[in-house]
Design a protein around this ligand. Sequence first.
Ligand code: PLP
Length: 363
Amino acid sequence: MIPLNRPLLGREEAEAVSSALRTGQIAAGPRVRAFEEAFAAYIGTKYAVATSSGTAALHVALMSAGIGPGDRVITTPFTFAATANAVLFCGATPVFVDIDPSTLNLSPPAVAEAAQDPKVKALIVVHLYGLPCDMEEIVAVVRDRGILLIEDCAQAHGAAYRGRRVGTFGHISTFSFYATKNMTTGEGGMLLTDDAQIAGRARAIINHGAYQKYRHERLGYNYRMTDIAAALGLVQLRKLPGFNRARRRNAAYLSERFQGLRWLEVPPYPADRLPVFHQYTVRVRDRDKFCAHLAARGVGYGIHYPLPLHRQPLYRQLGYGRVSLPESERAAQEVVSLPVHPGLTSRDLETIAEVVASYRDHP
Ligand SMILES: Cc1ncc(COP(=O)(O)O)c(C=O)c1O
């Protein structure tokens, strides 16, 4: 089976981790600081706070911006649950807005309309599958309405919009280093910002609300990254540009091979964006049969995501059952992610292309 994802960990990662172990400094220490500095420099922000996960980074982002009960936060229903769950952690209310079917990212006109509501305090955009959102229109909406912009870049390390890296457009951005992400620390996350106050609050919140040792000024959590994870992250960050180039090369190869297939839509690649293909996600109308065809021929696949968040049992229980967002609902029925990771060989790519092209049962 050609796996959908496979982290690429080599000798350098093993050496970096064992060197951290040898020092005995395994909780947050100098490697975490070095990783924060290197990651902020790579993306292009002043401050970075490393966290135990991307979910923790989102929670801390909202808390450090003062989002709480009574506040509404616009976001996409077509994402991993963490994006909207972080809003619930704060006692605030997610407002789901539909996606643009051509990019599967939030639709800027739909965001602009929802942002008219005075209770809306923030917007979380997700650069889904590593494709940057339309940031010009998004930034115009948040400026116009005076709302906070958080970029969830969990799938978009190094992606750029008009030559500028995502993670630098919002007041705060968050990243995930989960095992399948474009770079990994096993589990881990990062919050980036140019705002010194937000960075200071975030650093306290990940440490039980302590601005000074054992002096707790607000409620916080233990959301710290370990030096073992940061050791991995420092090595993976150096490899990230190469990983991303390989992902783009693999995606270009597959899109070229799929050109003549009328029944399959390849992922978009707008001229003003540099995607990083966290996933290479196609759309087909008879997904179950297509997936059975892939599985029977040894091609791994994934569905990101089979249910939009407003249709998840949790959100139905919270009263979102009647929300209708037709583009998200249709996408959830049609998307299939194919392997695109940098560990694929040219033979793997050839196999994926041939298996897809040999599918004949399409409508
Ligand atoms: C869009 C998105 N947001 C948030 C997260 C949460 O990150 P983590 O799994 O590191 O908590 C993920 C990843 O899993 C994600 O894909």
